[in-house]
Design a protein around this ligand. Structure first.
Ligand code: ATP
Ligand code: MG
Length: 202
């Protein structure tokens, strides 16, 4: 048997073993559950992943809600795409980044008002996906009451998935979540003097 032939045979055998293992795990994962997904860490990819799940859900005809707790300088592409979508309710907090407003009272008022909207979505079973983008900062800054936020997420309808994004997710939020990804910052173009790019950053 030639070297190549032997290698192919070994590969086939390994793939067969892998398939048996994956098939077994798929067969064992039978529980249906509404998920809480937390996307945290210092690397890029938290909000864009959440919006990826929004695109998937909308593709399946699911009704979705998005609440953005920090409004950036630029109108992000996902807002342009989904704000007027018949399956999506999109609510954006009406202040800029906190270090831009430098007005704690105003920020707290805006955060509370925005949270009121989030609570409505989290108690309405018509929404099968609720995205709470950049929510973690509202808790880190103490703008929202931790227990109230956790309760609303915990008590959401059984058919509703929730996605929370933002750095420094609290241990309570992580404990409550079903899926948690901590995205680390290996490298970011911004650190090399490259400005934010349309389509990639917003
Ligand atoms: P994205 O929306 O691109 O998925 P994100 O939600 O993970 O990013 P945020 O902290 O919300 O990250 O920041 C949003 C903006 O900041 C994006 O323009 C993103 O490219 C940029 N950004 C994210 N991480 C970093 C970083 N480590 N250094 C510099 N800029 C960053
Ligand atoms: Mg983000």
């Amino acid at each position: 048997m030639g070297n190549q032939e032997e290698r192919d045979k070994r590969h086939k055998k390994a793939m067969k073993r892998k398939k048996a293992h994956v098939d077994k795990r798929i067969a064992e994962a039978t529980t249906e559950k509404n998920l809480l997904v937390v996307l945290t860490g210092n690397g890029k990819g938290k909000s864009s992943s959440a919006f990826g799940m929004l695109a998937r859900s909308v593709g399946h005809g699911m009704r979705c809600a998005v609440v953005q707790f920090i409004k950036g300088q630029w109108k992000c592409g996902e807002q342009e795409n989904f704000a007027d979508h018949p399956l999506v309710d999109f609510y954006v907090m009406n202040t800029g980044f906190t270090w831009e407003t430098q007005d704690r009272d105003k920020d707290i008022t805006a955060a509370k008002k925005t949270w009121g909207q989030a609570e409505k979505f989290l108690s309405d079973s018509r929404y099968e996906l609720v995205i709470l983008d950049e929510l973690t900062y509202m808790l880190t800054y103490g703008y929202l009451e931790k227990l109230r936020v956790l309760d609303a997420i915990k008590n959401r309808p059984g058919n509703q998935h929730a996605v929370v994004t933002g750095r420094n997710a609290s241990k309570e939020l992580i404990a409550l979540a079903d899926t948690v990804s901590e995205i680390s910052n290996t490298k970011h173009a911004f650190d090399y003097g490259i400005k934010v790019q349309k389509g990639i950053d917003y």
